[in-house]
Design a protein around this ligand. Structure first.
Ligand code: F6P
Length: 315
């Protein structure tokens, strides 16, 4: 039996460890592993090759994905999905692992309904915004990059008596900003899930400066309504402290995968292959405090993920 893997949407650190485990575990289970390059684009363009141990040697330490990732508009059209199915049939590939976010999963669901290609989807996005799973591959590596960046910015902020507005990724989800705020001891955290009113911080922040505070760290998520520069302007005009903006950007998506992401990659892949071999044909593998479980694509894409209420209560 032949099985293939592809990465779709924003890449994350942890995809390469997942590819490595995929090749090893598929072979352990007497399956022939295939790589599909550049996401659904490669599936349509027949950019598919058998994978071997030599293809994954040494990649466990590297961020990104060796097989490339892409966002594919063409895969949303049925004529291209037909071509994709023909390409899989030619190589007798009947099972698919897809690493990606919820956008990538929607196309997959349609593909299954039209052509019956069995799949298991592995939530992989630094945004951690997929409903039904507490963890998405890549989140821990991104959080650690953010932590290192904030720690470094704190050095210059404290030396120079400035406020720093640090913008984290997350499209419309404040998870990265929230966790980074709680674990970096920042003074302010703004996320799209919570309405805010800057005026309510003014008296307190000014008092803190009078009492000797030399700097502020504010963590803001990219999805909030204001530009980060506007928050910095507010610090200068209303709090009376020089301010700078630091947009962390795509560094959050790269770098050496953390131990947690390497282990999660390992477990996600093993459980995903096992479930396909057990006969579960169309699922998303999810993770919560009870361990791994399997959900339908409708379930994970049908509802916006809510942030943990306990964590929000600390804001
Ligand atoms: O979904 C992952 C993510 O990194 C988001 O946090 C961000 O908004 C978006 O992708 C950036 O996309 P691109 O790499 O296309 O600029």
């Amino acid at each position: 039996m032949n099985i293939a893997i592809l990465c779709s949407g924003g890449d994350v650190s942890g995809m390469n460890p997942a590819l490595k485990r995929f090749v090893e575990y598929a072979k352990e289970k007497s399956l022939t592993p295939y790589f599909i390059y550049d996401g659904y684009e490669g599936l349509i363009d027949n950019n598919i090759n058998e994978a071997n141990y030599s293809d994954v040697a040494g990649i466990i330490t590297r961020g990104g994905t060796k097989i490339g990732s892409a966002r594919s508009k063409r895969f949303m059209e049925s004529k291209y999905r037909k071509i994709a199915k023909k390409n899989l049939d030619q190589l007798e590939i009947g099972m698919l692992l897809v690493l990606g976010g919820d956008g990538s999963f929607r196309g997959l669901d349609i593909f299954y309904k039209e052509h019956g290609v069995k799949f298991c989807a592995i939530p992989s996005t630094i945004d951690n915004d997929i409903n039904g799973t507490d963890y998405c591959l890549g989140v821990d590596s991104a959080l650690n990059i953010i932590k290192t960046s904030i720690d470094a910015i704190r050095d210059t902020a404290s030396s120079f008596s400035r406020a720093f507005v640090i913008e984290t990724m997350g499209r419309d989800c404040g998870f990265l900003a929230l966790i980074s705020h709680l674990t970096s001891g920042s003074e302010l955290c703004l996320i799209p899930e919570i309405e805010y009113d800057l005026t309510k911080y003014e008296v307190e922040f000014k008092k803190q400066i009078q009492n000797g505070r030399r700097y502020f760290i504010a963590i803001v998520s990219e999805g909030i309504q204001q530009e980060s520069q506007e928050i910095a302007d507010w610090f200068e005009k209303k709090i009376g402290i020089e301010a700078r903006v630091s947009i962390l950007g795509h560094i959050q998506r790269g770098g050496n995968p953390t131990v947690k992401d390497r282990l999660m990659a390992y477990k996600f892949v093993v459980n995903a292959i096992d479930t396909l071999l057990d006969g579960r044909e169309e699922s998303v593998i999810c993770y919560d405090r009870f361990g791994f479980n399997f959900k339908s694509i409708e379930e994970v894409t049908g509802k916006k993920k809510e942030l943990d209420k306990e964590l929000l209560s600390y804001l």
